[in-house]
Design a protein around this ligand. Structure first.
Ligand SMILES: Cc1cc2nc3c(=O)[nH]c(=O)nc-3n(C[C@H](O)[C@H](O)[C@H](O)COP(=O)(O)OP(=O)(O)OC[C@H]3O[C@@H](n4cnc5c(N)ncnc54)[C@H](O)[C@@H]3O)c2cc1C
Length: 429
């Protein structure tokens, strides 16, 4: 089995027409990268009155935004509770980020509604069961602080979680009512349509190849043109390559596989995740599961590099699904694809000032459906001068390189076996 393209490509409505940049253009803001973050920033900046050009190397949603699992998760990674976030960011930023995250489900579903986007979705909450009794207790202990930060979370005991998921091996945990699931590529394309309607000029097939400072701002070059802009936002996430090396060196790119089964019998849909609330547990190597709008189950994760990696990933993730989901028929991996997560070592996103008038927003880790949408909106406020730097949700810092970022390809070799072993031992104990 080989990567045969994202299932979302088969299911999402076509994207809008975004002709490549041809010749010279001018704008207040040039956004580079048409994922959730760049598209949300461009849309909100245009709504704030800025003239915006967005350059996308391929097409809207080509990166992680069009390839992810589509979980709308209004909470940070499970290792990052309110106390940990405060220890890392201090106040007031920790409080601001937690409030942003708490409202990020509303940000996604609100935009879909407001702009009448054609996006398959279900908003019946997001489930985070513990993978062990200890993880269940940890989640329970976090509830008061999460609620205090505005997260619409409730604790479900193990039997309640089983009823909601149909998955007997999971423990109790959290349900966040404002979360849910979407077809992510349809959402990226919907954002692009909304941005176009707000006046953003989006140029697909227009990779930014160089950035030069000028007397009045920046000049962004592509193969067939250039944009002169007062400000530039780099929203290239894990795919920025050599354009601005400090951005690339600030994250660890992590390749993640996704597998979709064949359409499954309706009876299974009544029994497993009947409300179509997606589930992602607390394992280091998370077990995640959702239904698609055409009745397939999707799961995924990381796989060790090496020969036959894609085939191994497909077999491995279907076997893992079978271990969690009782009563499955013979499974086929009808779609297999990968995407790249921009991971930071503390699992927090970054807003970096690279030079006067040049910012980069990066590192939404595995939470970017909701978080990149909300962070893009806040970034537009910052760049439009509506939010002062000291009032921004994140500290606006110089880029911080990940130590030995260039060796990060070795990470999965070390991290995956170690974390999978710990997950297994914890789940048994
Ligand atoms: C397999 C997978 C599953 C995931 N599951 C979830 C999930 O269920 N829920 C969740 O919240 N998050 C999930 N994530 C994370 C989420 O997808 C990301 O955090 C989010 O999409 C990041 O959005 P972005 O706009 O920052 O980056 P991207 O979507 O990666 O966008 C970057 C864009 O920049 C463009 N680009 C790069 N270089 C240039 C250049 N030089 N010129 C012009 N354009 C350029 C790329 O083509 C790309 O379109 C998942 C990620 C992956 C990979």
């Amino acid at each position: 089995m080989r990567d045969n393209g994202s299932l979302w490509e088969r299911l999402a409505p076509p994207g809008p027409d975004c002709p490549p940049l041809d010749g010279a253009a001018k704008a207040d803001l040039a956004v580079i990268g048409g994922g959730f973050l760049g598209l949300s920033a461009a849309l909100h900046a245009a709504e704030a009155g800025m003239e915006v050009v967005l350059l996308e190397a391929e097409g809207p949603g080509f990166g992680a935004s069009g390839r992810n699992t589509g979980f709308v998760v209004p909470s940070l990674k499970s290792a990052l509770g309110p106390a940990e976030t405060e220890a890392l960011l201090g106040q007031p930023h920790a409080g601001r980020l937690l409030r942003l995250v708490a409202g990020s489900g509303d940000a996604v579903f609100g935009l879909i509604e407001r702009h009448g986007m054609d996006v398959a979705r279900a908003r019946n909450g997001w489930l985070q069961p513990g993978h062990s009794a200890a993880a269940e207790a940890m989640l329970r202990s976090r509830l008061p602080k999460l609620r205090a930060a505005g997260v619409a979370a409730e604790f479900l005991a193990r039997d309640e979680m089983r009823t909601l998921t149909g998955l007997p091996s999971l423990h109790g945990g959290l349900r966040v009512a404002s979360g849910g699931q979407i077809n992510p590529l349809a959402y990226a394309r919907g954002l692009a349509r909304a941005a176009l309607a707000a006046g953003v000029r989006i140029h697909a097939g227009s990779r930014a190849t160089g950035l030069a400072e000028t007397a009045t701002g920046w000049r962004v070059a592509t193969a067939a043109g250039e944009v002169a802009a007062r400000q530039v936002l780099l929203a290239t996430n894990a795919m920025g390559g050599p354009l601005w090396p400090a951005m690339r060196d600030g994250i660890v790119p992590v390749t993640v596989f996704q597998v979709a089964t064949q359409p499954l019998p309706g009876a299974l849909r009544q029994r497993i995740l009947p409300a179509m609330a997606p589930v992602a547990d607390t394992r280091r190597h998370t077990f995640a599961l959702r239904w698609t709008e055409d009745g397939r189950l999707v799961t995924g994760g990381m796989a060790l590099p090496g020969p036959g990696r894609a085939a191994r990933a497909a077999r491995g993730f279907l076997a893992r699904m079978r271990a969690f989901v009782p009563g499955l028929p013979e499974l086929e991996a009808e779609a297999l694809w990968t995407g790249t997560i921009a991971a930071t070592l503390d699992a927090l996103p970054r807003m970096v000032r690279l030079a006067p008038g040049l910012h980069g927003a990066i590192g939404c880790n595995g939470r970017g459906v909701a978080l990149a949408t909300a962070l893009g909106r806040e970034t537009a406020g910052l760049l439009a001068g509506r939010i002062a730097e000291q009032d921004f949700v994140l500290p606006v810092t110089a880029p911080r390189p990940v130590p030995m970022a260039r060796l990060s390809g070795l990470g999965p070799h070390l991290w995956l076996p170690w974390s999978s072993l710990r997950d297994r031992l914890e789940a048994r104990g």
